[in-house]
Design a protein around this ligand. Sequence first.
Ligand SMILES: NC(=O)c1ccc[n+]([C@@H]2O[C@H](COP(=O)([O-])OP(=O)(O)OC[C@H]3O[C@@H](n4cnc5c(N)ncnc54)[C@H](OP(=O)(O)O)[C@@H]3O)[C@@H](O)[C@H]2O)c1
Length: 336
Amino acid sequence: MIDLAGQMRSWSVHAVGELPQAMQLIAAPTPVVTAGQLLVRVRACGINFADVLLCRGGYQWRASLPFTPGLEVCGQVIDAAAGFESFIDTRIAGPTALPSGGLAEFCLVPASQIHRVPAGMTDAEAAALTISYETAWFALFDRAQAQAGESVLIHAGAGALGAAAIQLARAAGLKTFVTAGGPEKVRVCRELGADLAIDYLHDSFVDAIKQATDGRGVDIVLDSVGGQVFGDSVRVIANRGRVVVLGFSSGEIPSLAVNRLLLKNCSVMGMQVDWFRTNDRATAERCREHLATLLASGALKPRVGREFDFESAPQALIATARRATIGKSVVVLSER
Ligand SMILES: NC(=O)c1ccc[n+]([C@@H]2O[C@H](COP(=O)([O-])OP(=O)(O)OC[C@H]3O[C@@H](n4cnc5c(N)ncnc54)[C@H](OP(=O)(O)O)[C@@H]3O)[C@@H](O)[C@H]2O)c1
């Protein structure tokens, strides 16, 4: 093992709170690998809505303090735990092992959960690969058991998760209906291949879906917004449909009168990506292999929106919180 015994620059959250105050740029010891981990020199860090919630203390779980935000990276492996030495010097993408997040010059990554980065893919694209694509994959193909020819409604389609879901759904032969806030986001959803993109700020997605499906509704809904969007999604689910609960970007956790499930023979199910990665390794491996095949075929191309430099990392999180992002925002670290 390499003893770097050095200091690195790292964003750190010592007390949860509002952004940007919750994040401080500090000098910290370079992390040291423990069993099953890789030490990675970070080249780019993908920003997720969950980073915002973790910094504010409003996520489903609390990170132990202090922690470095940044849940996924692309980087160069420079040290590895026993058994994983063959990864040294390779460029990988993967989730980080909090409290050692990706908004730092070095971070730790679980060795069994990485994606090898195809040649030709930029660091920023690779940093957008792990969380959004895995989440969309587990939701569509494990939880909802999506089949070619079915239809799916994807909310926040121009977001990082939404863009990944559109690409995966299209590649699987699903008809894709998408909602997004505003004409620019709608344009991006169409560019990504959505069959119907609805500007929900302007039009009711319930009416649009009913009209587009002759009143039948959609087979699958991927809901990462919650609140009223969830309730309205149940209104447009078809008989035998599946609503996958992925998150609550609206800030509202909805409740449901379950008689609606009975009346429509439909299901509401949850999906949490970390659980799959950690507890269902066979399915996670199938996911990574399928994603690698689709990337090689050109069916998937991570949609990177804004790129931020390391010093501007808090602004990347703030932009996500303000829904001012399209695709994945990425913090790119320059060589030092
Ligand atoms: N279950 C899991 O394992 C898992 C994994 C990854 C992500 N997620 C969840 O999926 C959601 C999307 O994550 P992401 O990182 O890909 O973010 P994102 O979609 O890039 O950004 C969130 C989007 O949600 C929409 N939104 C609706 N109401 C909002 C509000 N009140 N405030 C902010 N945004 C709002 C906005 O799109 P419009 O402007 O088009 O409305 C916004 O761009 C989050 O809820 C996240 O927690 C869950």
